[in-house]
Design a binder for this molecule. Sequence first.
Ligand code: PMP
Ligand code: GLN
Length: 377
Amino acid sequence: IESKLPNVGITIFTKMSKMAQDYGAINLSQGFPDFDVAPELIDRVHYYMKKGMNQYPPMAGVASLRTAIADKVQRCYDVTIKDTEVLVTCGAIEAIFNSIGALVHSGDEVIIMNPAYDAYEVIINLQGAKAVGVNLRPEDYSIDWEAVEQSVTAKTRMIIINSPHNPSGAILTEDDLIALEKITEGTEILVLSDEVYEHIVFDGQEHHSVLRSEKLRKRSVATFSFGKTFHATGWRLGCLVAPESLMAEIVKIHQYNTFTIHAPSQYAVADYLAIPDNYLSISSMYQQKRDFFLEALKDSKFKAIQSNGTYFQLLDYSQINDKPDIEMAEWLTKEVGVAAIPTSVFYQSGEDRNVLRFCFAKNETTLKAAAEKLKDL
Ligand code: PMP
Ligand code: GLN
């Protein structure tokens, strides 16, 4: 058959996790924790299963969860949203897929920042639209807004931002949001703000959600992931927040895609969200892990690039060798016993900066064992 996506293969995350398994390497590649979900959250899922909440929940999500999400948005971003502006999705990826699918037309252009999470371009291309890449600044992965402005054309339908940023760990500032307000003001450009790591921000810094901006909120979809926040990437539970005009289009796709999400976990997460510390405490937990990993590597030849958020750490290995990063990631997995993600796959140009991404959402014993293998290279 004629492929609709001839240039798309298996994702790098699946590829590297499989290679880690095949070679018995410590897996710091695909982003997921090696510690478990809180027992009380698991108990709540079990409770709702036994209570009989096992049939189709409402299409947009159970009422208690939509309300809990709106309350969390109020608490974290100081903005009042209606429950009808919340949609519960199958992971953040369904939120991203449905938003691009509903809002981007064939022939449109969508601006993405390179390096970008690999899913965006594929989903854009599926709509018959084009991803226009703007390179982040090489020194700190910040956004060059002048370059963004220069990339806007009459065909630009959407700009995708991602903070905290995968793979770099860079975070947007208030000034970034002001720059985006200026670029989009008076246009019909929409914003997709991928905020799956919203609760993982380090060193006392704040997450600047697009929802904080009155001007941006009217034209934005913000996407979130309970998989990231509650160490449950396998539950596939996420959500999006969008104004009702955009939501009306997005639900048209959601209702014929997943239609609705696993009911017992929705009820359980609603209860769990009622205790703010359950999500507010994860920044410090991950900061400790970042610092532990970096301390264990401090005498190595890897050069750490500042991670301000997410559970990823970029390491520059140019003092060790000059292998292309894909080759280096494979070599590390097979010969050294640690799997990581090459970052060139996040660039449309395949740009290779001799940098690998390591996931530190791991127990200290795992991080220590990995660092032991890496530090003598
Ligand atoms: N966006 C980014 C930037 C991500 O890193 C991920 C997951 N790694 C997703 C979206 C998808 O999140 P989920 O697992 O909730 O679908
Ligand atoms: N988003 C995760 C990462 O960056 C992977 C998700 C996936 O494997 N689809 O590692």
